[in-house]
Design a binder for this molecule. Structure first.
Ligand SMILES: [Zn+2]
Ligand SMILES: [Zn+2]
Length: 269
């Protein structure tokens, strides 16, 4: 019996579903009023990493400065919304407060967008995806937290889009520091060579869609893609629920409470 799962189910009974942002009772995930405040990532954005461009700029470039200067291992990345406001609250609830019942809501959000964009490259046509792969936590952190939020999202997403979930095809063998508070270079160094592929034959030649909760600098997704491609994967893309707001966006100016509870830094991803 999975004690952690049973405990979470009991907690869900004691604390019935309520909007993770405003507390409206009876809502799983976010209520319709809070959903209206979610900032979706929409074009124009970088064709490679999906970073949104300022729509007021008359001719946005095809690629962002980062993708122009340093070709990423990922073949493409996309996110549903900006990591701000109600959607950020929902992710924090799932990840740091153990409200795992939020994961199916997050999965549904991603699935709706994937299906709506199925014909287009978001980040690749749905029909071309061989498998969904959650970006894994280190086993130590997974044990500490009791669950892996990316795996929970994939468990909801895979049946909704009719694709297999390959949860163990990539593993994190190097315990990494929490990424929060690190510079982009420190983030890259922190996750470098963090992943191993236990069965190279499984991934060889495949088109894989990595799934994670948040895209900050792309360092984690890129290192996972590097490992998968070194093992022979054909193409590797990344889909996240949110991504950090770019500097030009008004949302980046909002001062929100830190994501890591004080004195508990080890619970960051
Ligand atoms: Zn609400
Ligand atoms: Zn880019």
């Amino acid at each position: 019996m999975d004690i952690g799962k049973a405990f979470r189910e009991i907690m869900d009974l004691i604390f019935p579903p309520a909007c993770e942002a405003c507390g409206a009772v009876g809502e799983l995930g976010l209520c319709s009023a809070c959903m209206q405040q979610v900032t979706l990532v929409e074009e124009p954005y970088c064709a490679q990493c999906g970073q949104p461009f300022d729509p007021n700029v008359s001719t946005p470039p095809q690629l962002c400065a980062s993708c122009r200067s340093d070709a990423p291992h990922l073949d493409g990345a996309r996110a549903v919304g900006l990591h701000t406001g109600p959607l950020r609250h929902a992710i924090i609830s799932c990840k740091f407060k153990g409200r795992t019942s939020v994961a199916p809501f997050l999965a549904r959000l991603v699935a709706e967008r994937m299906v709506a964009e199925a014909e287009y490259s978001w980040p690749l046509p749905l029909v071309e995806v061989d498998a969904l792969v959650p970006v894994p936590l280190h086993p130590q952190r997974r044990r500490w937290r009791g669950f892996d939020q990316a795996a929970l999202i994939v468990q909801g997403l895979a049946p909704a889009v009719g694709k297999p979930a390959w949860e163990d095809c990539i593993q994190r063998h190097k315990p990494t520091l929490p990424q929060i508070g690190l510079s982009p270079q420190q983030r890259r160094d922190n996750v470098k060579n963090a992943f191993v592929i236990p069965d190279e034959g499984l991934v060889r030649g495949k088109r894989l869609l990595l799934v994670d909760d948040v895209y900050t600098t792309g360092a984690t997704g890129n290192d996972a893609a590097r490992a998968l491609k070194a093992a022979g994967a054909g193409e590797v893309y990344l889909l996240t629920v949110t991504r950090a707001a770019p500097d030009w966006h008004p949302a980046s100016q909002i001062t929100e409470p830190p994501e890591v509870p004080a004195g508990n830094a080890s619970c960051s991803r």
